[in-house]
Structures are given as C-alpha cells and as structure tokens.
Design a protein around this ligand. Structure first.
Ligand code: PMP
Length: 356
C-alpha cells in the first residue's frame, strides 16, 4: 500500500505485564510493595471533584515547588512529566539533535533504543564490563549525548559519583542524562554535581521509592536553561499533560518525608535478606542498590525458573536478550512475598526448605 511509505514505523517498548490474579506475587515491574504516604490518601479524599471541569495548571507549580523545596533547587530547575518515561522522551527530543550517535550501555533500560528509533537519533551501545559496571573511559569519544541509569537497570549496579563526574566533565559539549529511577534505594544522587556542570540532567520518578507507579509522575532537575528548553518542547506538544489530582497527590507525597524514609528502610532490609536467601539457593548476582535483584542460577536456566514461578503465580521479569538471557530480575516485595518466592524456589531447586 502506497500510504505505508509515509508512516513512522517504530519497534515499541514492551512493558512488563500487569497480571491481576488473586493471591499472585508480583515482582516483575519494580513497583513499591507498600502504599503511598498517608498524606497522599488524605489529599485524594479531600480532592473536590468539581475542580475537574477546569484545566490543570500547565506548569504543575504546586508539584515543581514542592520538589524544588525538597531538593533545595530553584523552581525553574525542575521539570515534571507523566512518569519519567514522559520526562525522558521529552529530554531525548530536546537534547539529542546533534546528528552524532548518542551513547548508552549495551545492557540498560530498554526504552532508550526505542526513543532513539522513534526520533531517528543515531546511537551507539557501549558494552558494560564483564561485572556489569560502566567503563567511563569508553564514553570519552565523540558523541551527540549520553544517557545511563544509576543504579543501572536491569542490573541494579550502582556507580559512584566520581565515575559520573568523569563522564559529565569529559563531555561538556553534550547533555549527559543520569536516570536515577532507583537512586533512593541506597545510591548517592548526582544532584550535587549540578552546581559544577551545566550539561547534566538528573531524572527521577515517583513510581518506585514513592509508591506511585499508578499515578505517573517523573521529574528532571538541571540548570534553568536546560529546563526551559524542555518546557519549550513540552509546550509545543501538549501543555496540559499532568492532571489536577496527580499534581496535588504528588506534592503531598514529597511532603511526607518520614514515611518515605521508613518505606525505603523496609525495602532495603528485605532486599538484603533476599540476597542472603538467594545466595544460599545457588543464585549469583551483583550487589544491587535498587529495589530489585538481577540474578542468575549456578545450575538452572533462568527461563526455566521463570516459567516455574509463573505457574505458581509468582511474576518476575525475564529478558531474552544477549548477555542477560540467563538472568531474572526480581523486584523486592513485602517480607511475606519474598518468603513465598524463596519457598517456591526451594521447592523447585530441590533444596531443603530453610525459610520457615
Ligand atoms: N528509567 C528506568 C531505568 C526504569 O527502570 C523505569 C521503569 N520502567 C523508568 C525510567 C520509567 O519509570 P516511570 O515512567 O514509571 O517513571
């Protein structure tokens, strides 16, 4: 068909499935196993539905101001979007127009090559080292921009700030995006580097550490100029992206610091317990600083374990891709969910039940 010649054909991102089965253990999309902060519930209950006849504030000021306050930056340094996927998509469109290939790791968030494809941005995948760490020297080449998550996904491996500074300082002529979707689970944010580098953009999300994946909130912090360019693109696309309820509930979440810290501490404790148990069961993995563990088993193939767990309504993530096709990405759930996982793994691997 002739009309097909004019179509923007893309290979879309494949999100983790969202099964809805009674009693299932859902450890496949790195959601938070605990509810959002009590302040969020209160804000939802107090929301006056008649407000919905009005458009939302296109600047989402209530939320950008709450974030600016929390991270001690100016309001003009904050950009909010409908999930960090939205923020990242706009950042790709805004910053990666140089014609030279952008760089990101070969094993990383699988949306980066999709956006590059969508926007026709050339890209080069830089192999991670054998232990899945980033070799910063590999990013000292000509490029049109750089993006990587820290901790990386799906590996969970955290890089230190020196490594990040090395990459940012070696590339002053392009924008470097650090995708910190999982930084709250034990990493050190690159935000302090913003005082030194105007080519750095830090992106975070409410979907993991703030337990609001269903609400869709992400944000970027950078220098005013970067943020204003992102706003120009956003306002050339769709001005009213974030609805009234989301703005209000997002701001409430940021203000509930105590609950936030408690939730993180619980998840980190469970993660460390799960590491011990998985290791006893014969799994090997790097030292994850995120809310998931990326593990391979010494004897059994990951795909086989994945299918077994699925048959028991335990959902984890398996990527059939080069270098990682023998790994499972297991999100950290509640203690009870993780005990169920360990119990089923123990049964499958034919080991003595050491959980109870
Ligand atoms: N970056 C990374 C590294 C992720 O793993 C995810 C979660 N899929 C996102 C960004 C997007 O998260 P969200 O759109 O829910 O903020």
């Amino acid at each position: 068909m002739k009309w097909e010649e004019n179509i923007r054909q893309v290979v879309p991102y494949v999100p983790g499935e969202q099964p809805d089965r009674p009693g299932m253990v859902k450890l496949n999309t790195n959601e938070c196993p605990y509810p959002p902060a009590p302040g969020v519930k209160k804000a939802l209950e107090e929301f006056d539905h008649t407000e919905l006849r009005l458009y939302p504030d296109p600047d989402a000021s209530i939320l950008t101001e709450a974030l600016a306050d929390y991270y001690k930056v100016k309001k003009e340094q904050v950009f909010v979007g409908v999930g960090s996927d939205d923020v990242l998509a706009i950042a790709f469109m805004t910053f990666f127009n140089g014609g030279r290939p952008i760089l990101f790791p070969d094993i990383t968030y699988s949306f980066y090559d999709v956006w590059a494809g969508l926007y026709r941005i050339p890209y080069k995948e830089i192999p991670l080292r054998e232990d899945f760490s980033i070799a910063p020297g590999d990013y000292h080449i000509e490029n049109g921009g750089i993006i990587f998550p820290n901790p990386n996904a799906p590996t969970g491996i955290l890089e230190n700030l020196e490594m990040i500074e090395d990459i940012v300082s070696a590339n002053p002529d392009v924008v470097v995006i650090v995708d910190e979707a999982y930084i709250d689970f034990g990493g050190e944010s690159a935000l302090p580097l913003l005082n030194k580098y105007d080519n750095l953009l830090v992106v975070q999300t409410f979907s993991k550490s703030r337990a609001m994946a269903g609400m869709r909130i992400g944000f970027a912090i950078g220098n005013k100029k970067l943020i204003s360019y992102m706003n120009d693109v956003k306002f050339s696309f769709n001005s009213y992206t974030m609805d009234r309820i989301t703005q209000r509930l997002g701001a409430a979440a940021v203000k509930d610091e105590v609950y936030f810290r408690e939730t993180l501490a619980k998840i980190i404790k469970t993660r460390e317990w799960a590491k011990e148990k998985l290791s006893e069961l014969g799994f090997v993995f790097g030292d994850s600083k995120s809310n998931f563990i990326f593990a391979s088993h010494k004897e059994k193939r990951a795909e086989e374990i994945f299918s077994y767990l699925r048959s028991k309504d335990i959902f984890v993530r398996y990527f059939k891709k080069p270098r990682i096709d023998n790994y499972l990405r297991i999100s950290i759930g509640t203690d009870e969910e993780m005990r169920t996982l360990v119990r089923e793994l123990t049964a499958f691997l034919g080991r003595r039940n050491e959980v109870e």
